[in-house]
Design a protein around this ligand. Structure first.
Ligand SMILES: NC(=O)c1ccc[n+]([C@@H]2O[C@H](COP(=O)([O-])OP(=O)(O)OC[C@H]3O[C@@H](n4cnc5c(N)ncnc54)[C@H](O)[C@@H]3O)[C@@H](O)[C@H]2O)c1
Length: 324
């Protein structure tokens, strides 16, 4: 019960990672408040915790809503985000949420006595990195709107820490996967899309030649890193990669998922032209800092994580999985 007696605010708590974090915080004894405008999250993600949390429907960029939402809060977990795909179509909404929403929260927090402001960023801020595995001191490089906004949020967090002493910690998550990453959400990650297509017996659609690699990390490991980072006093002002340090190509991922869903099926893949928004050829992270300082390491390997994710898919109805 590491959070017993404390109150935690989770912005974006109706989303994929946020809803998993909410469940974990409740188990750890926290009182949990969620603010979400359901842009990409859903009330179903919070079904199992209904009645156990306070849910505020609204935007992180609203001054009034966030002032109310922050009352009596010890820990802020800031996950509300307009994601990488939506950001390209709606750059102003991305800026309003990812940048101004963050500044709004930080500005309100500077006059409060919160224990920690946990800002969730993304390893997409490294763009086309040249040295692998990518460590936290690699300079950012912006290939799209979303990483620019996520990095702006980091920069503001650090500035509010230095100027006003807001106790921030920044986590850069790699590609996260697991239960509640709904394929119905048009912005969902590759693993949930692959599961959906494999279950439907459709070809798996791959942008580019499938040789691009990513560092896939299971959501329970990400949640545990997030809890540790919020609790540890020595990590105020620090930035951590949260990943596995292992790289998997999209082609390998496709094979693993198809053989899990139907071991006798032939792998059918449809290759599509590269997408500008996420055409990075290689991504694998150095996680030594998180290992050494947070005392954290990923416990779920890709095979086990995919099995757990598939178990969740099997609990979903055909409508949930967008069979219509
Ligand atoms: N999923 C990943 O692979 C991944 C990778 C790197 C970083 N991250 C970071 O993790 C965090 C959570 O991402 P996720 O994958 O759970 O995404 P998600 O889209 O499932 O969750 C984001 C949540 O924010 C909510 N939201 C959007 N705009 C809002 C606003 N103005 N006010 C309040 N709520 C709003 C959405 O409705 C949604 O519930 C984000 O900060 C994201 O940048 C995720």
């Amino acid at each position: 019960m590491r959070f017993a007696g404390s109150t935690a605010l989770v912005t974006g708590g109706a989303g994929f990672i946020g809803s998993n974090l909410v469940t974990a915080l409740l188990k750890e004894g926290a009182k949990v408040r969620v603010v979400d405008n359901f842009f990409s999250g859903s009330a179903e993600n919070l079904e199992e915790v209904r009645g156990k949390i306070e849910l505020i429907e609204g935007s992180v960029s609203s001054r009034e809503i966030m002032r109310e939402a922050l009352k009596g809060v010890d820990y802020v977990f800031h996950l509300a985000t307009v994601n990488i795909i939506a950001a390209v179509s709606f750059p102003l909404l991305e800026e309003e949420t990812n940048v101004r929403g963050t500044v709004n929260l930080l500005e309100l927090c500077k006059d409060l006595h919160i224990k920690r402001f946990l800002y969730t960023s993304s390893v997409s801020v490294y763009g086309f990195a040249q040295r692998f595995p990518i460590s936290e001191d690699t300079p950012p490089s912006f290939t799209s709107i979303y990483p620019a906004g996520k990095y702006a949020g980091e920069a503001y967090s650090l500035a509010f820490h230095k100027l006003f002493g807001v106790p921030i910690t920044i986590l850069r998550y790699s590609n996260v996967y697991g239960p509640k990453q709904s394929p119905q959400n048009p912005y969902s990650g590759v693993i949930s899309k692959f599961f959906l297509w494999a279950i439907k017996g459709e070809p798996l659609r791959i942008y580019g030649n499938g040789k691009q690699t990513r560092d896939f990390v299971y959501v329970d490991d990400v949640v545990e890193a997030t809890l540790r980072a919020a609790l540890l006093p020595s990590v105020v002002g620090e930035v951590f990669n949260i990943a596995t340090g292992k790289e998997t190509s999209i082609n390998q991922l496709a094979e693993k998922i198809v053989s899990l869903v139907n071991p006798y099926a032939e792998l059918k893949v449809e290759y599509l032209p590269n997408r500008e928004i996420d055409s990075i050829p290689r991504r694998v992270l150095n996680i030594e800092k998180a290992r050494n300082i947070l005392g954290w390491q990923p416990l779920v390997d890709l095979e086990e994580g995919l099995r757990k994710t598939y178990e969740w898919f099997k609990t979903q109805t055909l409508e949930d999985l967008n069979f219509g």
